[in-house]
Design a protein around this ligand. Structure first.
Ligand SMILES: [Zn+2]
Length: 456
């Protein structure tokens, strides 16, 4: 078999034939030519037989490694004139426009980035992390299904930090499919407004018919037409009007946007956030107690107590044997930290699956009064917050948005955003979240070859 034929089989690049293969000191270089006669615009469907000219140099793409060799694809591309995009080098079927890697290589990198840590990916594929970020963003843009915002009924809107210095992403979760369906850079009402704009693009500014349909049960008494023109209610988009429940944290930003764009939806408080607040309150109590120990000069006890942080924040069933011993010690010692701990655990237990709404209602009220009497400032404040959001918390339970359901996805999102900390763009961080926790199933490149459908 000739070398060029062998490489044609090995590389499995669509739409090309191999002209020549060279071995350089650190790489294998494969020269290919496109099979098709027509020139295709890299950015749209436009194709033509008219060649403007040929690029004077070869284009280069990195492909999947061959054994320990780096593998480079080179191709001389012709140029065309697209009526929309002007003069362009023709598109190639095996790579995305404007990038220096083949689709298979990008597929491998994106799959690895969702599965393993940063240094492993960098070392294995020999590219820097920002390049990984750009690849991830391209793959995500290609793979995201335009229909993913169809059929949303119960959603959650939440922020997650993707970088130090309070850089946030806002993510929208579909509670029924248990995945992230949308995201944007930033937080607060404006970020949520962008979601509703994406959910219902181009809201009908002036409904054509003479009687615009009534909007939900909130429609007030009929307004006289004069006033209506002066003070128009913002129209509720079609898909926004289907939302049944929106779960949120306890801040004001998302709630404002949700009430405005989907007034019929029930606003619930994600139990996940309530438990998170309780963990924060406990941490404050623990820190105070620790400072107290240090002040009175009990260094040994102070150190032991600092180490106890994870023991207090972890779920009791997840403790290691050593941590469990510390746990028992803390219990024997009693004190503020232990009281805070029992309060936190009591609150967490309320949201475990299996309790009826009536049970939860009784337990929440009991928690609020216990917290008020706790003499621990952070827990007194927590109790007040829980009381203020009681209706929203109970709504979440009624609609089945319990702690267990949201926690797994939340933990996954947080793990991934920590991995994305090294990226320089929010777009890359968001793409990694979407590829890992979104409605996309990535597979390593060889799996798409063995499937009966072949490459898309
Ligand atoms: Zn074009």
């Amino acid at each position: 078999m000739r070398v060029t034929t062998a490489f044609s089989r090995l590389l499995r690049l669509k739409g090309v034939w191999v002209k020549k293969v060279c071995f350089e000191h650190d790489r294998v270089v494969v020269f290919v030519a496109l099979r098709r006669r027509r020139l295709v615009c890299p950015l749209c469907e436009y194709s033509t037989r008219a060649r403007r000219d040929t690029r004077p140099t070869d284009s280069v793409w990195r492909h999947l490694d061959l054994g320990t060799w780096r593998l480079e694809i080179r191709c001389r591309r012709r140029r065309l004139r697209c009526p929309e995009h002007g003069a362009r080098a023709e598109g190639v079927p095996f790579a995305r426009p404007g990038c220096e890697f083949t689709r298979d290589f990008e597929c491998l990198v994106a799959w690895l980035a969702t599965r393993t840590d940063k240094s492993t990916v960098k070392r294995l594929v020999r590219i820097d992390w920002d390049t990984v970020g750009r690849i991830v963003a391209r793959v995500c843009a290609d793979e995201l299904d335009g229909d993913r915002l169809e059929g949303l009924f119960d959603i959650g809107i939440d922020e997650v930090s993707w970088r130090k210095q309070h850089r946030y992403l806002t993510l929208v979760v579909d509670h029924q499919r248990r995945c992230v369906v949308w995201g944007t850079e930033g937080a607060g009402a404006q970020a949520a407004d962008r979601f509703f704009a994406a959910l219902d693009p181009e809201p009908a500014s002036d409904p054509p018919g003479p009687d615009p349909p009534e909007i939900g049960p909130h429609s007030p008494e009929p307004l006289d037409p004069e006033r209506e023109r002066e003070d128009p209610e913002p129209p509720v988009g079609e898909r926004a009007s289907q939302l049944r429940a929106i779960s949120l944290d306890m801040g004001p930003g998302y709630a404002k946007s949700a009430r405005e764009h989907a007034p019929q939806a029930i606003i619930c408080i994600d139990p996940y956030h309530v438990v998170q607040l309780a963990n924060r309150a406990l941490d404050e109590v623990r820190r105070d107690y620790w400072n107290q120990l240090r002040r009175i000069g009990d260094k040994e006890a102070a150190k032991r107590f600092k180490d106890a942080r994870w023991v207090l924040l972890k779920r009791p069933e997840n403790l290691t044997a050593k941590q469990a011993a510390t746990h028992r010690e803390l219990q024997r010692a009693g004190g503020d930290a232990w009281r805070g701990y029992t309060l936190k655990e009591a609150l967490r237990a309320i949201f475990l699956a299996g309790l009826t709404l009536d049970d939860v209602t009784v337990l929440i009220d009991r928690f609020v009064s216990r917290a008020a009497r706790s003499r621990l400032q952070p827990f007194i404040r927590l109790g007040q917050t829980v009381r203020r959001h009681r209706d929203g918390i109970l709504a979440a339970i009624r609609l089945g948005i319990n702690q267990g359901r949201t926690e797994a996805l939340n933990n996954k999102v947080r793990l991934i955003t920590r991995r994305a900390y090294g990226f320089h763009s929010a777009q890359a961080a968001l793409a990694l979240v979407m590829l890992t926790c979104g409605p996309i199933t990535l597979a390593p490149p060889h799996e798409s070859y063995s499937s009966p459908h072949g490459r898309p």
